[in-house]
Write a protein of this length. Sequence first.
Length: 647
Amino acid sequence: MSNAVVDNVENDDTNTTVGAMQLFLESCYGSEIESLLLHDESTRTLAVDFGKVIEFNVELAQAILDRSTVCLPLFNVALVSALRKLAGATKSAVDQAQVRVEHLPNHPALQRTKMPGSGDVGRLLTISGTVIRTGMVKMMETQKRYACLKCRGTFVVRAELEQYNYIPKPVRCFAPGEDFCNSNSFAPVEGLDALEARLCCTDYQEIKIQEQVGRLALGTIPRSIVVILEGDLVDIAKSGDSALVTGTLVWRWRATNGGERPDIALALHATSISAGTSGGSLISITDDFKQGFRAFWQAHASAPMRGRDIVVASMCPQVYGLFYIKLAVLLILIGGVARADPSGLRVRGEAHLLLVGDPGTAKSQFLKYAAKLIPRSVLTTGIGSTSAGLTVTAVRDGAEWQLEAGALVLADRGICCIDEFGSIRDSEKGTVLEAMEQQSISVAKAGIVCKLNARCSVLAAMNPKSKYDLDSSLAINTALSSPLLSRFDLILVMLDTPNEMWDDRVSSFILEGQSIEDRPVWPFDELQAYIAYVKASIRPVSTPASERVLTRYYQLQRQRDSANASRTTIRLLESLIRLSQAHARLMLRDKVLVQDAVMAVVLMETTMLSASILGTTNDALRTTFPEDSQKFYQELETLVLQRLDLQ
């Protein structure tokens, strides 16, 4: 805060407030204030925990909350005074010190997940949301010094935040002295010294945050708000990040001509910001949940596959059967473990799944349920999505261009569900290639060249181009290019052919109120917490036995004459690794065992419609849960190891 503010403090109440704030800072942050003197002037900021303010002085804390537009600048004044008192420092050494208030109490009136309204103007709030737009970092003029042409005195006029930092021309003389000269003739002062030149400008950036879609009711359109960042707060948040912003809600309007209606908007003037990409924080994983998960697997230690099938049955329980598809979707949501190759490049751990099937095979049901399970999720359709809507677009805001995040960027560290994937125009399918494999999006638009993170899983669904032809390749039936198909870890085909026994089971399941499958299932909240728990805490490592199974299967696929060239690349082996890691996570294990490798092979074989190494023609649609899960797995393992010539 500049010294001009200190010099203009004359009101007794203001002096009392500054004194209380200075006493608080000296009592609770004495050592931190000492260390600030060792910093450069541009980085002298002190993070203040608001909980400590409440403990020290409740009345002061209430004043900061209710009148933050007045009290936060006074907090900066108090910090400047404390620094001067502590070190006997001159004006030039501490003028740019600032207080950053953070960690407001977890109360609905202070911590908001929905955008505030006009009734909150002037209050200190914390708003959580997703960054959807980031503006360019600019230099903003915060004040201008004028000289009176009559009395030759000088005074400072500050930028008005409410008018988009416009510095108005003074209407009368405010030069310090006994009497005002009442002049209306002024001229800006040129040739300021280095200190005042630094105080006249600061870094400035505007970002836009949007309500998190996962916390909104169905059918609600998310609202957004502009956040004003200054000083060291700029360039912290990127498009797609989850942001937690503490600041003051203010009005903003632009100057209008006579007869025009003013355009007034709300904005949040930030005092602190934290940005990240973790979606797990949106789910509370209590100790009771963790103990319950461990107890569950201990109870099924003798037959772990029975326990696994209970978890799998909890996935989209309103759909009958579809055992392999439910298992595949669950493994995609859990994902593998990302790693870095010897050159330092990131190898993705996020897996992708494509569901290709006839209408009425519950593809959209899986997408909706998956988007509901994962906090950071985006559900969209290929019909209404453009390449800019999926990746990133450049929008013009006045004289500037800004980047606005699309679906894949907003789903960073989460999942992007794309229905009607085949309806995306051919020219736009290429835009998702980089996002799916490199997990980033390169931008070169409107003179802006950068990269944005898109570390998300893609769960896509589509209908065949026409009636599915078993004699034709997957690329012909889906009209998707081989490079795009090779990026999906699993492609499951769901063909709705007439089958009297299956149709009778499904109709009974629907008509009898979903009671035909009398299986224990987990509640939705428990399954959601379990997925977040294993993703955050389990990082399984491979074992020699599991590596032998995956390597042997990959070699066998490469040698097959009828192999699909788009599916038997090195990406096949990487997909097997991710699926086996996800299965180990599902089983709450820190090692990838032969069980996990075998299930990865079985799922990969389910993508092959022709006769596979299992000796049967697979049908992913008509698969029910086995009556004896452990016995069923033992038979599968024996068959797979025999086909792979492994003991």
